[in-house]
Design a protein around this ligand. Sequence first.
Ligand code: LAC
Ligand code: ZN
Length: 464
Amino acid sequence: VSHGGEAPSLTDLAARIAGIVGLQHVLDGTRQAAYATDAGESRGLRAAPDLVVRPGSADEVAATMAACHERGVAVVPRGGGTGLVGGSLAFGGGVVIDVGRLNRVLEVNPAAWRMTVGAGLTTTHLQRIARENGLYFPPDPGAAENSQIGGNVATDAGGPHAFKYGTTGSWVTGLEMVIPPGRVVAIGGANRKDVTGYDLVSLMVGSEGTLGIITECTVRLIPAPRARAAMTAVFPTSEAGCEALLAVVGSGLVPSAIDFLDRGSLAAAHGGFPAGLDEDAGFMLIVEVDGDEAEVDASVPVLEEVLGSATQCDRFRTVRDQRELWRWRDTVTGAVRALRGGKLSADVSVPAEHFQDALAASAAVAGEHGLDFCAWGHAGDANLHSTFVFDPGAEGALARAATAADHLLVRISAMGGSIAAEHGVGWAKSGRLSLQLGEEALRLHRGVKELFDPDGLLNPGKKS
Ligand code: LAC
Ligand code: ZN
C-alpha cells in the first residue's frame, strides 16, 4: 500500500484508523480544514479536529470509536455540518467521525409507509424518495440539500412544517447507533407502537451526538397531501402580525405551517421574495394549508377572510407555487448573515401566549446592548430565531452579541420558555441548561450521559 506523502505524518492512531476505514477515508489537511467550522461560523465558533475520518459502515464507526477510546481520544460525530451551535466541532481536539458515506437507502416499503436509510442520506434525498413513492416525509429543516437524516434525528430538527407534523423525532421508529466504547446497538424498529423498555429512541432524538453515533434510521411516512396553498400577509408592526397570528390559530384550521419574519429579516431577504415586497414591510406571516383538494379549497377562503379582516393587514396574497416560497424562506438565515458578516441567533421557543413578549424581549435586549437585531421563525410553534447582527471586525461586537444572547436566554426561561428549540444546545449553549432544568432534572440528564458514555469521550462538552 502506498501511503504517498502522508505516511510520515500519520500518528499511530491515524494509522490504526486508516487500517479500519481505508487511507483514502482519513482526510488530509486540506480536506480536513472544512471541519473546523459549521454553519455557526459567523457567531465565532471554530475548532480544528486532530483527524477526520469517513467510515463506510456501522462496524467501521464502531471500530474507529474503539480505537479512539483505547487511547483516551475524544470522538465527535458529524453529519452535513449545517448546525448552528458548534455541535459537531471538536473543541479540545479529537477525531471527527463524518457519517456522510453511510448514505444508503436500505429499505423502502411504500405499502407500509416507511423506509430505512443510512444516517448520511441528505434530507432532500430522503424527501425525494418518499415523494417518488407517493409518500411524504414532513420534517423540513433548512439546508435540506446538505443536512442529513442522522443529524436531523440527533438534533430533533424542526422547520416550518413541524407546526402540523411535529419535529424529526415524531417520524423515527427505529435507530441503529454506535455507543461507547464502540458497540453497534439497534433500538426500536419498524413497529408503529412499542412500549417494550424505556423509550430509547426518543432519548437518542435530540441527544446531539453525546450518547451515541446514529448510523441508520427507520422513519414513518404518510401519503403525500394532494393539495397545498400558501398565503403571505404583511403587517406594519409585529403587534399587528401577532394579533393576526392569534386569529389564524383561533380560526379552527390546522395550517401545515405558520412562519413569520420581522422587519429586520424582511429587509435582509426581501430582494429574493418571489412576489415582490415593499422594503419597509414590518412583519410577515406565511400560512400554508395542505390536504386533499376539497379541504384546501375550503380552507383558503377561511384564511383569506381571517387575514384580510385582520386589523392593519397591509396586503395578503395567495401563493400558487409554494415551493418557490419555501425556497426563498430557506435563504433567510443566509441573507441575515450577509447583512454584516456576523450573526448570532438565539433559537428559543416559548409557550404560545408569550410569543409577542418573547419578540419584544429580544428587541429590548438588543437595544440594551447596542446591537442590530432581527427575528424570524416558526410563529405557530412560538419558535423564534432571535438574531443579533454585527460586524465581526468591530471591536467587542461578538462578545456583546454573546452577552446579549445569554441575557435573552435568562428572560426566555423566566417566561417558561425553552433556551434551545430546534437548533440544539451544542457548544454554544452548554453550561446554561440550569436556566431551564431544575436540579433533579439535571441530575437525571447527567446520569443518562454517564450511563452511555462513562468516560466522557463522546462529543465532550456538548449539551451539558
Ligand atoms: C430557519 C432555520 C435557521 O428557520 O431554522 O430559517
Ligand atoms: Zn427554523
